[in-house]
Design a protein around this ligand. Structure first.
Ligand SMILES: Cc1cc2nc3c(=O)[nH]c(=O)nc-3n(C[C@H](O)[C@H](O)[C@H](O)COP(=O)(O)O)c2cc1C
Length: 185
């Protein structure tokens, strides 16, 4: 059994990236579980808040879910050719205190995918994740790629992934990532 945790980096109810995450959940089988997380409830990182109150409960809860997983699927939107602040902020909280980084992220398999309305399907945001994953010591899986472009057509208005080709590509991507985890543990 491979246990994946999928995280959507968008708070939008009809988010394309949350739609990808929901479609990925549907790929669960006897050999694969996919737990779905969003970033609602995670406050902006503030070093004073951390010094006074410690790491927020919402962040600790997400840490526990990461620790219980065999690998992470990050569904990233692209904002201004980079990682949206909401997603980077969550990772910044998750990286505190820094002494916890090796247990949480060290050698943890991570795959990055995303969807955007434009023609390049988050390619630059996905690339922008690489130095962050390297800093955290994650094992980035580069055996597949999932860039859902023209998302306005690929998704229904409520965020459901309706494009058959994109659904197939998602399946190939997620199964490829799960197979990598199986082969390397
Ligand atoms: C501040 C901002 C910047 C954006 N910059 C980009 C961009 O650089 N590249 C891109 O493909 N889409 C860009 N977009 C459009 C997003 O891809 C689009 O809003 C998408 O729906 C966000 O993902 P979501 O549907 O999961 O919320 C931007 C949107 C916002 C709000």
């Amino acid at each position: 059994m491979v246990k994946l945790l999928g995280i959507s980096g968008s708070l939008r109810a009809a988010s394309y990236n949350t739609g990808l995450l929901r479609a990925a959940e549907g790929l669960a089988s006897d050999a694969l579980t996919i737990d779905a997380a969003t970033l609602h409830g995670i406050p902006l990182y503030d070093g004073d808040v951390e010094a006074r109150d410690g790491v927020p409960a919402a962040v600790e809860a997400l840490k526990a879910r990461i620790l219980a997983s065999d690998g992470l699927l990050l569904f990233t939107p692209e904002y201004n050719n980079g990682i949206p602040g909401v997603f980077k902020n969550a990772i910044d909280w998750l990286s505190r205190p820094g002494s916890g980084i090796p247990a949480l992220f060290g050698d943890r398999p991570v795959a990055v995918a995303g969807a955007s309305p434009g023609g390049f399907g988050t390619i630059l945001a996905q690339t922008a994740w690489l130095p962050v994953l390297r800093m955290l010591g994650c094992r980035h899986w580069s055996g597949g790629r999932l860039l859902v472009s023209r998302a306005g057509q690929a998704f229904a208005d409520d965020g459901t992934l309706q494009d058959e080709k994109a659904r197939e590509q998602l399946g190939t991507f997620v199964q490829g990532f799960a197979a990598h985890i199986r082969e390397t543990r």
